[in-house]
Design a protein around this ligand. Sequence first.
Ligand code: ATP
Ligand code: MG
Length: 403
Amino acid sequence: MNELFAKGRTILRQLAAHGYKGYFVGGCVRDYHMGRVINDVDITTDALPEDIERIFIHTIDIGKVHGTIIVLVEDIPFEVTTFRTESDYSDFRRPDVVTFTRDLDSDLERRDFTMNAMAMDGDFDIIDPYDGMMAINRKVITTVGESTERFGEDALRILRAARFSSQLEFKVDDDTKRAMLKHAENLKYVAVERSVAELVKLYRGANPSAAKVLMAETHLIKYLPFLDQVDEAAFLKSNVHSLECELALQIYQTPKLKETLHELKLSNAVKTEILSIVNLLKMVDSSSIRHLAYDFDDRVLNITKDTIVKNSFLQIGNRMTRLESAIAMKPKLPISDPSEINLDGRTLMRLFEAQGGRWIRTILSAVEREILAGQLDNDRDKIIEWVKAHVEFEAGNIKIAEK
Ligand code: ATP
Ligand code: MG
């Protein structure tokens, strides 16, 4: 038995021992029946948060008002949530009122799609009042209850439908699709972090291209930050498997989109990687192989190479061989970044008996260029010798002799 289910079962047993009901619920039940990898197992119960905290020794309160307590079993966290119903979604995202209930069916009824509205007991018997199994067998995504109403309550569900269509390679049923289009506009009320989290999963899924067609058909892209500025044909043309690559390709094709990137509130590391891919695409034809190898990290070189392989419109000139050569050259470079140069500013200040300033950077850049070109060894004494022979420094003015 899957280890997560085995550990989760001990929670169900303990709940039962105290007279409460407990079930596995949501994505883990869906994935179990599809034979997919289970990443996390959620539990639903009629025990109230206070009861859960009383019954289990290791708990973390992560949202008691919404009914969720984490129970740790041998350091593995399980979200245990009290059966609840939700009503009055005035901001299209968060329910205004959470009402706890004693009834499993009403807890399942509030869930987004029928495939996600199944529960399973400790004997792996399934409780499926909304025909989730049938939806899984037919590979369709369909809302629990009336689609228009469900998307009206919470617009994030619209994007979740697109995300699941990529991850599971399911089709969205016609009614649900019509309702996606009808409520797409409300996506603008969804917190950008939540939309981005869904987009990340969508692009990592099995079939992002199919999900992108769906996103265009249902007008989702018109109401998502950044994507609302992207040309639809360019969006449908790219063949990518990560959000970063999508954004990089769109910025590469339409440079002014760079100014819109901040709207997605991505981390600095992610933004840097995206812009690095854009730069590499711009420089791949003109820079020397040596400089491509030195200026870009392995990850960016490889991602860009894969992206070019998957997108024929990027296959210009000998880009592929240039990138392959750069990747092969990278481990052979004499230095991999400026910090590896065996000379520092202090040594230069002593050498020229001068105060620090921009001139130090100028000399170090010249040294870096020579080392990289293979014309100077990265050896402290040799570098000093080279500097003495090539640099003239007088009254704050610096001149570097060509040879
Ligand atoms: P995964 O964990 O692979 O992303 P999941 O189906 O487990 O997929 P979660 O976001 O972890 O998705 O949510 C767990 C469950 O909570 C879902 O299966 C669904 O039953 C319910 N759920 C999550 N988000 C919503 C929502 N916006 N509206 C209604 N129900 C939801
Ligand atoms: Mg989950």
